[in-house]
Design a protein around this ligand. Structure first.
Ligand SMILES: Nc1ncnc2c1ncn2[C@@H]1O[C@H](COP(=O)(O)OP(=O)(O)OP(=O)(O)O)[C@@H](O)[C@H]1O
Length: 183
């Protein structure tokens, strides 16, 4: 009796404003296997998985142990998209695919300005995008073959990115089905 393969764990990361949630929502709709979209930032707020809230930076200091305890059963069950602006906290064993979204810093600035972020938060995030902070973090936290960098400037990027990830999921599924029939 082959166990039904649990779905993949896909991490979608990138500087705030690069399009993680937009991609995650569309991917959850288009995926050929059920994928639960976890917006980690929202989860931290909903479940109080933070130590403090910094008014000036409008950001939460996450309680990493509490967050990992909350996410462990979700990630172990598989079939999930983890949408967060950082990824080094997640154990390497969780991830089947790590998508790092990129956006040119001028466009990113416009997006963050539209959100009404304080100027210094826009500047900090913009600088992080220019310095490729999240990309470096992903590359140093996961095997290079599972880290993919995708541009997220316009809606055509969004559609082609999601299609690429759907193609990856289909290949992932075929691999597992082939593996399970051999066992
Ligand atoms: N590929 C894209 N083409 C056009 N607009 C995009 C694209 N990706 C994101 N956007 C727009 O940029 C804004 C930010 O997108 P989104 O909220 O998905 O970013 P995020 O990375 O999840 O941000 P955060 O980490 O702060 O939650 C939204 O207005 C969204 O519509």
């Amino acid at each position: 009796m082959t166990s039904s393969p649990k779905g993949p764990v896909i991490i979608i990361t990138g500087t705030p404003g690069t399009g993680k949630t937009t991609h995650a929502q569309l991917l959850a709709d288009e995926s050929p296997v059920p994928l639960k979209h976890i917006n980690v930032g929202d989860l931290v707020k909903e479940k109080n998985l933070y130590e403090t809230y910094d008014e000036e930076w409008q950001s939460y200091t996450v309680d990493e142990d509490k967050l990992l305890d909350e996410l462990e059963p979700i990630a172990s069950a598989g079939g999930v998209i983890l949408d967060w602006h950082t990824c080094e906290l997640f154990p390497e064993r969780w991830a089947d695919l790590v998508v790092v979204l990129r956006c040119n810093h001028t466009k990113l600035w416009e997006r963050l300005e539209k959100r009404g972020y304080p100027l210094k938060k826009i500047q900090e995030n913009n600088e992080a995008e220019i310095m490729e902070v999240v990309l470096d973090e992903a590359r140093s936290s996961y095997a290079s073959e599972i880290v993919v960098e995708l541009q997220s400037e316009g809606t055509e990027d969004l559609e082609s990115n999601v299609q690429r990830i759907v193609d990856w999921i289909n290949a992932w599924k075929a691999d597992r089905e082939a593996g399970s029939t051999q066992s």
